[in-house]
Design a protein around this ligand. Structure first.
Ligand SMILES: [Zn+2]
Ligand SMILES: [Zn+2]
Length: 300
């Protein structure tokens, strides 16, 4: 998302010679930054169309056809209002409904050279082949933990301890790490999640099965939240595998310590178990069954 935004700024920037587009505060860059630019739109799952009675009642588990129609298909027919390019960014494009995705095909085919649609997606193959074949694909590699640590240390030299705490969760993305650094509630929630998970691993089967029920219920309401919880599980085990670089002074590490001494084979099995669980959910396994299986096969 940051890159998409910087890209939109760069191609619409009003200054002629920009060495540091990230720092530019011309009218266009400023407006894109504040998401107030008439030629820059971000579409998310929560986006609604302008018809008050249309989107209000529906839930936000998908990117709706009316939103796509209004923000991409209709807008593609007009020239940019105040800049060189109109840019529409679709965040989590895997949530486009089948109908929305299909309705986009013709627009993507006949697109004007001054209209740019950027689809952001974690896994390319969650997009229909028909969409992929009409786009350019840019693959972004994961930034190494060391690099993230360097970037954060440089931008927030005064928050060294907090940065180490955040990194000790294991495998954060740069966006996530920055968010945790700037929003202590997000950070504390993440730590709370970790405490809960450590407790569950060491609790009796009846408690574990209750947790499985909770996951099933939550999954019906908020898939994303459960997938995020599974990610905390996965990162926890991955982090524990790298025991050598654990710093006991950090709170995050001390939360993990009850399972620190577990055997490596067990931890690897748990990681496999989580990957399988994620796959089963993706391929529409029955959630209650998937989570029970996950819990029963968890190595204590
Ligand atoms: Zn600018
Ligand atoms: Zn609508």
């Amino acid at each position: 998302m940051s890159l998409a935004k910087d890209f939109a700024r760069l191609i619409n920037c009003k200054k002629d010679d920009i060495d540091e587009p990230i720092l530019c505060n011309c009218l266009s860059c400023e407006k894109i930054n504040n998401k107030k630019h008439p030629d820059f739109t971000v579409i998310e799952k929560s986006s609604m169309c302008s018809n008050n009675s249309c989107c209000k009642s529906s839930n936000s588990s998908a990117i709706k056809n009316c939103v796509v129609s209004e923000n991409i298909i209709s807008k593609s027919k007009f020239s940019p209002f105040m800049s060189n390019y109109k840019v529409v960014v679709v965040n989590q494009a895997n949530y486009l409904t089948k109908v929305s995705a299909e309705s986009l095909l013709k627009t993507l085919e006949d697109i004007n050279s001054n209209f740019i649609v950027i689809l952001l997606i974690e896994n390319l193959y969650d997009l229909p082949e028909t969409i992929i074949s009409r786009c350019q694909t840019w693959k972004l590699n994961k930034i190494s933990e060391k690099k993230i640590l360097d970037i954060l240390s440089e931008s927030h030299p005064e928050k060294q301890k907090q940065i180490l705490e955040i990194m000790s969760f294991g495998s954060p993305t740069l966006g996530e790490a920055t968010e945790m650094l700037n929003d202590s509630i997000f950070f504390e929630e993440r730590q709370e999640g970790l405490r809960r998970i450590v407790k569950i691993i060491n609790s009796p089967m009846s408690d574990k099965l209750n947790y499985s029920k909770e996951l099933t219920q939550l999954y019906r309401k908020d898939k994303e939240r459960v997938l995020y919880e599974l990610k905390i599980w996965k990162n926890l085990f991955r982090k524990i595998l790298k025991t050598e670089d654990m710093n006991e002074d950090l709170e995050t590490i001390s939360i993990m310590s009850p399972i620190k001494k577990a055997n490596k084979l067990g931890i690897k099995k748990n990681i496999q178990n989580i990957l399988k669980t994620e796959d089963n959910l993706k391929f529409n396994g029955m959630p209650s069954l998937v989570f029970d299986n996950f819990i029963i096969n968890l190595e204590a």
